[in-house]
Every structure is written in structure tokens, then in C-alpha cells.
Design a protein around this ligand. Structure first.
Ligand SMILES: [Zn+2]
Length: 462
């Protein structure tokens, strides 16, 4: 066997174990794992002695160049994929959201245009169902390798919201055609009422951006998850709650799973590392994302879920970056803040630092939540999420001794601020390979624009 590249001397981590091994790569694929692999004169040796070698991480929840809240999120597939690569991520899943009167097919074409020839890392997207006519397009998209769909219980103003009937009908359809529904779960009617009550000049003057959190108490998310779990239970259609932010959510998912309801949940890095105290800061409005960051008790419960339970399966970013100038559009009105945070550069470093370095998680847990589980759950577990012969050579190498102080100026994201500015983080990529090609070398982005491919997916059990 000849190899194009051999990664030697590193400690290889899977979702369940860690071991010393060399990795042989030919073309885009891992072809050998073993002790002392031998190359030829042409083989490139990547020395990983003293370093952690993990499968490329996968962020299954990003919004790149998304028209939203009256503007367009500032990271696209160019800057977003560069940021991802520097943060150990080798594939992202975006959400293709149809415009008014558009079909899923139209949305799919728009997202192809945004990504193909631009993204340095691999990609796919979930198809957003914003109209009941979209439901009949589900089988065709499952067939072509896009088996995951998204619905929003809120965002009536964007024209994206689904009611219970659409949820129910979509879950029936995904059950029949082996798809899965991803859901933004917040209770729209009560949320609207609370926002309407708070949306007065006096209250806005008094509380500012804090109203964003004050109008979204935990029961807004909890009631929505509970209702969705009910429709999931009676239809048997697979459901995945995106960006779960509350302790109540964890309890509901745990309970549902114990009854055999086919529901999974993800949380995002912002819900594990920040609380709504941030809204009290000067420029607190910058931290507005949706759902908003919650309380210390929620942060604690979400970490417990990761440490001991199964109720949270995946960590993602929900990246939707806006610059300071874009965020300034709010002008004191909490309902006008572009909602979203940057995060692709820093997700894996934050899990590494707050999870692995503190001992709360093992590095195998990091691999599970950021690579293996998202790969399996979203239908690319046959070629991504593991370092094994036959798998794509998507690999990140971390120097465990290196710590970096976060400075947005040195990140690849186009955001001109970072929620984690000044934090000391380990876990940035020393080396990143995507299908055998260098994206990052000695902590420097060297990837090629357009290297990334649309990866066809098929859910387990098909
Ligand atoms: Zn999102």
C-alpha cells in the first residue's frame, strides 16, 4: 500500500477510545490505521507527536449569507468555511430557506449558488418547509440526499412559521419517507403577547436589550418542545429539536426518550458558555440570538445532559453573524436587533476548553458531540465522523499545549466582535484536512476556495 500522506505519532481519538496510531491517507480517503506505517519517497509525513488527532468536526447548524431581520448575515460560505477549518470543522449543514412563493427546488438552487465553488469545506443543508405546498416535495429531496427538513414555530414576520397542522403533516411525511424534521421550538402566540406588552417606549427606555430575554421566559421553549414531542409521538416521525437552550427542554426530551418517542435534541455553544447577564453589559444587544442565552441553572443542566445523559445529542453553533453596524440597526428597540452570533471559529475550542480541559467531558465526548453523532444523525455517518479506513480523510490535529487569547481581529469570521473576546482558549486546529487536502497548516489557513463539495446524505434505517 502506498500513501500520499501519513499522520505519525499522534494520539487518535474516536467517540469511545483513544490510542496511538499512524494514519495512512490516499487521495481523499483514509486507507490505513496502524503502528509505524511506512511511506515512499513521495509520501508526505505529518508529524503529530504529542498532539490530539480527531475526526473533522461537523457543525450541522449554520446560516451563511442568510437574509434575516432586514439584513444579510455577514459570514458566507467563503469566510464561514475558513473560520470553520481553523476551528477543526470540516463540514457544515446550512438551512435552505425558500423565499416568498418559492419551492424547495428554488431554495436548493439558491443555496447551491451560495456554496458551490466557494466553500473550502464540505457542506449540505436542511430544506426549510415554510409553506404546506413544500411537504409534497419531501420524498424527492430524501431521494437526492437531502433527507432533513426544518420548520419554525415562530417568525411569522419572515413568512417562515409552521402551525400544528403543518408540523403534524410533515412528521407523517418524514416517517413514511425516512426523513427527519428539525424544529425551532418556541411558542409563538404567547411570545407575541409578551413582546407586545414589553414593546412600549417606557419599558424599552428602562430595560433596553434585556427585554429580549425578559419576553422569552423558559416556558416559551418548554411548551413548544412539549407540543412538538406530542406530534412526534403520535405520528412516529423523527424529530430533532434545534438549539435547545433550557433545562426544562432537557427534562422533556429525557422523559420522551424514556417512552420511546423518536426525538433528539441539539444545544449550541452559546447556551453552554454564557448567561443573559450579558444583556446588562454596554453593547448587551450584541448578544441577541434566538432563542436567547438563558440562566446559570440552564447552563448547568445542559452540561449535566452532556456529562451524564442522552438528552442532548449534538453541539452546534447556529452561526448567524452580524457586524456591530448591522446590530446597531436596533436603535434601542429590542424587536429590531438582528438575532444571531458568530461561532464557527470558536465552537470546538470552547468545548475543548470548557469541557475537556476542565474534566467535565473527555476528548472522546467532544468527538462524539461535535463529529461522530452529528455525522450519524444527519446521514453522513458512512463516510464522516470517524477516523477509519474507507472514511473521508477529514482530520483535525490539536496541540494540547497551545492556548490562544481570542481576538476577533485574528479570527476568519467577518464579524467585527466576538462573544468570547479575550477568553483564553485551547483547541484551535494546528492542522485540518478535508478529504485529504490541507485547509490549515501550522495554525494557518491554506485551504482552497471551492474545495468543498455537497455531500449526499441518507439517514440511518433507510
Ligand atoms: Zn438557526
Amino acid at each position: 500500500m502506498t500513501y500520499d500522506k501519513i499522520i505519525t505519532g499522534g494520539t487518535v481519538h474516536s467517540d469511545t477510545s483513544s490510542f496511538k496510531a499512524d494514519i495512512g491517507i490516499k487521495g481523499e480517503t483514509i486507507v490505513a490505521i496502524g503502528a509505524d506505517l511506512k511511506g515512499t519517497a513521495k509520501t508526505e509525513i505529518i508529524n503529530a507527536r504529542g498532539k490530539d488527532v480527531i475526526p473533522g468536526c461537523i457543525d450541522v447548524h449554520v446560516h451563511l449569507a442568510l437574509p434575516f431581520c432586514g439584513t444579510v448575515s455577514c459570514d458566507d460560505f467563503d469566510s464561514g468555511s475558513r473560520a470553520a477549518a481553523c476551528g477543526c470543522i470540516t463540514m457544515v449543514c446550512d438551512f435552505a430557506i425558500p423565499g416568498k412563493d418559492q419551492t424547495l427546488e428554488d431554495a436548493h438552487r439558491t443555496w447551491l449558488k451560495k456554496s458551490k465553488g466557494i466553500s473550502a469545506i464540505d457542506f449540505s443543508w436542511h430544506m426549510a418547509i415554510t409553506n404546506k405546498r413544500h411537504i409534497k416535495e419531501i420524498p424527492a429531496f430524501v431521494e437526492r440526499g437531502l433527507p432533513t427538513f426544518k420548520e419554525f414555530m415562530i417568525y411569522e414576520s419572515e413568512g417562515w412559521n409552521s402551525d400544528d397542522a403543518m408540523l403534524y403533516a410533515t412528521l407523517e411525511k418524514v416517517r413514511r419517507h425516512n426523513g427527519m424534521l428539525l424544529l425551532h421550538a418556541e411558542s409563538p402566540r404567547v411570545l407575541d403577547l409578551l413582546i407586545e406588552r414589553a414593546h412600549t417606549p417606557a419599558k424599552m427606555k428602562k430595560h433596553g436589550a434585556r427585554l429580549h430575554a425578559m419576553t422569552r421566559p423558559n416556558f416559551i421553549e418548554a411548551e413548544a418542545i412539549e407540543r412538538a414531542v406530542h406530534w412526534c409521538d403520535v405520528t412516529g416521525g423523527r424529530l430533532y429539536i434545534v438549539h435547545m437552550s433550557t433545562g426544562e427542554g432537557c427534562d422533556i426530551i429525557r422523559n420522551a426518550q424514556s417512552r420511546g418517542v423518536p426525538v433528539l435534541a441539539e444545544t449550541c455553544i452559546q447556551y453552554l458558555t454564557m448567561t443573559d447577564e450579558r444583556f446588562k453589559e454596554k453593547d448587551g444587544h450584541l448578544y441577541a440570538c434566538c432563542p436567547q442565552i438563558k440562566k446559570a441553572a440552564d447552563v448547568k443542566r445542559l452540561w449535566e445532559a452532556l456529562e451524564y445523559g442522552n438528552e442532548v445529542s449534538v453541539i452546534s453553533t447556529d452561526t448567524c453573524s452580524f457586524t456591530r453596524e448591522q446590530k446597531a440597526m436596533w436603535e434601542g428597540d429590542f424587536t429590531k436587533i438582528p438575532m444571531g452570533l458568530p461561532g464557527l471559529d470558536t465552537m470546538v475550542p470552547l468545548v475543548y476548553t470548557h469541557g475537556v480541559r476542565t474534566g467535565r467531558l473527555t476528548i472522546n465526548d467532544l468527538v462524539r458531540y461535535c463529529s461522530t453523532a452529528p455525522a450519524i444523525i444527519m446521514g453522513m455517518g458512512h463516510r464522516k465522523g470517524r477516523i477509519e479506513p474507507g472514511y473521508d480523510a477529514d482530520i483535525a490535529i490539536i496541540d494540547p499545549k497551545r492556548t490562544v487569547k481570542v481576538d476577533w481581529k485574528r479570527l476568519q469570521s467577518r464579524s467585527d466582535w466576538s462573544p468570547w473576546q479575550g477568553e483564553e482558549l485551547g483547541g484551535f486546529a494546528h492542522t485540518t484536512l478535508c478529504r485529504g487536502e490541507y485547509l490549515v497548516k501550522s495554525h494557518r489557513f491554506v485551504g482552497k476556495r471551492g474545495h468543498g463539495k455537497l455531500i449526499p446524505r441518507m439517514l440511518p434505517g433507510a
